[in-house]
Design a protein around this ligand. Structure first.
Ligand code: UDP
Ligand code: MG
Length: 311
């Protein structure tokens, strides 16, 4: 098997058949074997039903892994990598925003340029609003400053890589999976190619603003411990400021003789210090929570049905 397309699907009932057809026509006459590995991520619509139908039609080699509930796209990608048997593996969305023809180009690059192990697509034009775009920029600059991995702001999960890369990714068994960080962490030489994302064929995006914020926090916590040091710095700076203020208060008392300290100052200091303490406890709590969840060693996903794979 030359190529496996790993396709996570969550409520994509209207898209899966069109996606399969687009893949079949894109790879028609390509001269190599390929398979589609669909992951039904606990969809609540007819996605699984439609995937079973596609599987029976046998238009191309196909595997279907169906989760017992929604575990998230990251878990879907992990399961897809485990079940992919291709020499090259491609991660692509089911909504046809990313055209399968581009995967053909990616395969060509991997064939022709042995120095690259990964071909990743980045969006040359993004059709999103100014506000979202601003927040995304903030997130990338924060994470690139804080963490050990460097992320490209416009890169997506849409990429094709060699089997060795997939095996490396699978060795990272963390429960909270932040793919962008994982791709960057495993390294390998990456060739970036531009692509223009199309409109979603049908259905709605699963990303809300709240989900994006959570995802961003996950990314920072998962790939950096520097926020913890930030708490320590904050503590040192506060202690230093308190020391300076102590000297001022003593001098005021000795020179001017004020003996009724300001009410406002006390309230502000209590609130400020309380706020900072809670903020730092919150940061520590995030890490403790993640450690707790990882220590339980729960599986990343649970598959209730697998079609087309005898592993
Ligand atoms: N997806 C998934 N599980 C989820 C959310 C999304 O498998 O919990 C899949 C979804 O079906 C799609 C891909 O991940 O194939 C990308 O999702 P979406 O199109 O909503 O994201 P966007 O393209 O808007 O970034
Ligand atoms: Mg999409």
């Amino acid at each position: 098997m030359k190529l496996s397309l790993v396709v996570p699907c969550y409520n994509e009932a209207e898209n899966v058949a069109a996606f399969r057809d687009a893949v079949v026509s894109a790879f028609d006459g390509c001269g190599y074997d390929y398979e589609i590995v669909f992951i039904d991520d606990g969809s609540r619509d007819a996605t699984l039903h439609n995937l079973r139908k596609l599987y029976q039609e046998h238009r191309c080699p196909m595997k279907v892994i169906s989760f017992s509930r929604n575990f998230g796209k990251e878990a879907g990608l992990y399961a897809g990598l485990q079940h992919a048997s291709g020499e090259y593996i491609s991660l692509i969305d089911a909504d046809l925003q990313q055209r399968p023809e581009i995967v053909r180009d990616m395969v060509k690059i991997l064939d022709e340029k042995p120095e690259f192990d990964v071909v990743a697509a980045y969006q040359d034009r993004r059709g999103e609003g100014k506000v979202l775009s601003f927040f995304k920029k903030c997130f990338y600059s924060i994470i690139n400053h804080l963490s050990d991995v460097t992320l490209r702001a416009d890169a997506s999960d849409f990429r094709t890589f060699r089997r060795s890369v997939a095996e490396s990714i699978l060795r990272l068994g963390e429960y909270h999976r932040f793919s962008k960080g994982i791709f960057s962490w495993v390294g390998y030489s990456t060739c970036f190619i531009p692509y223009t994302a199309c409109e979603r064929a049908a259905g709605r995006t699963k990303w809300s603003f709240r989900k994006l914020v959570n995802y961003a926090i996950e990314g920072i916590i998962g790939f950096s411990t520097r926020p913890l040091r930030l708490a320590a710095y904050l503590g040192v700076m506060t202690a230093f400021a308190a020391l300076v203020y102590l000297v001022i208060v003593v001098l005021q008392k000795l020179i001017v003789g004020i003996d009724v300290p300001g009410y406002a100052t006390i309230i502000v200091l209590i609130l400020l210090l309380g706020g900072m303490q809670l903020f730092c406890i919150g940061i520590i709590g995030e890490y403790v929570g993640k450690t707790f969840e990882q220590s339980k060693q729960r599986p990343i996903y649970i598959a209730k049905e697998i079609l087309g794979d005898d592993q």
